[in-house]
Design a protein around this ligand. Structure first.
Ligand code: CU
Length: 168
């Protein structure tokens, strides 16, 4: 009886600070905003980006696979001695209920030898492997060389433009 009322009180507190559904239905682990910047040279890998939304429990992303690439590596970019370098990482922690963005200048995937059919279709199906056994499938849009990156969901463009510039 005591334990039950304590749980109820905790739920009531959560419900008042979050959404009413918080206790019944925690948001699941999912992936979105996936895209690939196609390398101009088919012999060099293309970079891919996406956002992972943490679920009710912490997990780790253990890798990304696709039937439409020869292989995919997870990398992390960092500044070292004034130069950008990158190194492979074998897992990325996804804390519960938090968002982890793979974005230009930071974490990313590198896709080696993307299948030409995927390039023609303009998208590549990816499978994200998590430490809890979840396999999440999500298509990444393929941006050809020279095409702009898709607009980020948050505002804050770094390209405010200068006064003399013509509108693009
Ligand atoms: Cu890389």
């Amino acid at each position: 009886m005591g334990a039950f009322s304590r749980i109820s009180a905790a739920c009531a507190l959560l419900a008042s600070t979050l959404l009413l559904a918080a206790c019944a239905d925690p948001p699941p682990l999912y992936v979105d905003q996936a895209w690939v910047r196609l390398s101009a040279n088919p012999d060099s890998p293309s970079a891919g980006y996406f956002v992972v939304h943490g679920g009710p429990a912490p997990v780790a992303l253990r890798g990304v696979m696709s039937d439409y690439a020869q292989r995919i590596e997870m990398h992390e970019s960092m500044a070292m001695g004034g130069m950008m370098t990158m190194k492979p990482v074998d897992k990325v922690d996804i804390p519960a209920s938090q968002t982890v963005a793979f974005a230009p200048g930071g974490k990313h995937i590198m896709l080696f030898r993307i299948n030409q059919n995927a390039v023609t279709q303009g998208k590549i199906p990816l499978t994200f492997l998590f430490s809890n056994g979840d396999r999440i499938q999500f298509d990444a849009m393929i941006q050809k060389t020279g095409e702009p990156a898709p607009a980020a969901k948050e505002g804050g463009s770094g390209h405010a433009g200068n006064a003399s510039g013509a509108a693009h």
